[in-house]
Write a protein that binds this ligand. Structure first.
Ligand code: IPE
Ligand code: IPE
Ligand code: MG
Length: 260
């Protein structure tokens, strides 16, 4: 169990984020600017994913989480949704072997029951194949919504309580163990490309103390340099987790846990 809530215990802080979560936004506008159909931006977006995974692995990032399709993206035109589904299948078919060869573990989070059985099967096989890899855990959030995640965790907690005949102790730790990404620490750095400054129902619970970074770059233009800028910005942040600056001085070791 890797998950420890940042509001229960102050996490370790390092210059390179252990976990980066990204909203890959701006594919459509990237394409429209070039008088291309929106979906051309999604295709180029897959190249940016590859570059980003490689750069994160080289930088020593342990967890990379990419928002690929939100629970609200079904509201898009049916042709665009179908294109995205086909792209997901192609990417799974073409990329998993390379990920595996590079020591990358693949996980997919979200309500997968809405995907057709072929996609579900590809996901299961990719997760099994890469399960033992340790270099980097790449999580793709697909049909994911932060509210869905909190609700599905709440349902599991309630089911457990009903089975055991008591509500038991529902604390942050017990609750968070049921979140879709309970295997990962909370993100240290959140990046959103494409210029919008919103969370769009991404990791609502887990972003409580994450450093937020917004860039106007469209996702297809994201590369190792843009990633390095984001990591450099992260390195300049003072992560206080509720404490004062003075408490972060090395001699002050007594403020890392909250009173019970
Ligand atoms: C992000 O790019 C990709 C998905 C949401 C699937 P967009 O498609 O949202 O691109 P813009 O924001 O319209 O430019
Ligand atoms: C968020 O992007 C979801 C993904 C990147 C998958 P959107 O483009 O869907 O977000 P909104 O609708 O502009 O908030
Ligand atoms: Mg968008």
């Amino acid at each position: 169990m890797t998950y420890t809530s940042s509001t229960v215990r102050v996490p370790d802080v390092a210059a390179v984020p252990r976990h980066i979560a990204i909203i890959m936004d701006g594919n459509g506008r990237w394409a429209t600017q070039r008088r291309l159909p929106r979906v051309a931006g999604h295709t180029r977006g897959v190249d940016a994913v590859r570059a980003c995974v490689e750069a994160c692995a080289r930088a020593g990032v342990e967890y990379l989480t990419l928002f690929a399709f939100s629970s609200e993206n079904w509201r898009r035109p049916v042709e665009e949704v179908s294109f995205l589904m086909r792209l997901f299948v192609t990417a799974l078919e073409r990329e998993v072997g390379k990920l595996h060869a590079n020591g990358i573990r693949l996980r997919v989070i979200g309500d997968l029951s809405q995907f057709d059985s072929r996609i579900q099967d590809l996901i299961r096989r990719a997760e099994t194949k890469t399960a033992g890899n340790k270099r980097l855990t790449l999580t793709i959030a697909a049909n994911y919504g932060g509210r869905w995640d909190i609700l599905q965790a709440a349902r599991k907690v309630a089911e457990q309580a009903a089975r055991e005949g008591s509500a038991g102790v529902i604390d942050e730790q017990a609750f968070a163990e049921h979140l879709a990404m309970a295997y990962a620490p909370e993100p240290d750095l959140f990046i959103r490309t494409g210029g919008e400054t919103r969370i769009s129902n991404f990791l609502l619970w887990q972003l409580a103390y994450t450093e937020l970074y917004f860039t106007d770059a469209f996702w297809p233009d994201f590369n190792a340099d843009t990633l390095a800028d984001a990591i450099a910005s992260f390195g300049r942040r003072e992560r206080r987790f509720g404490r004062t600056s003075a408490q972060l001085e090395p001699q002050s070791q007594d403020a890392d846990s909250l009173p019970c």
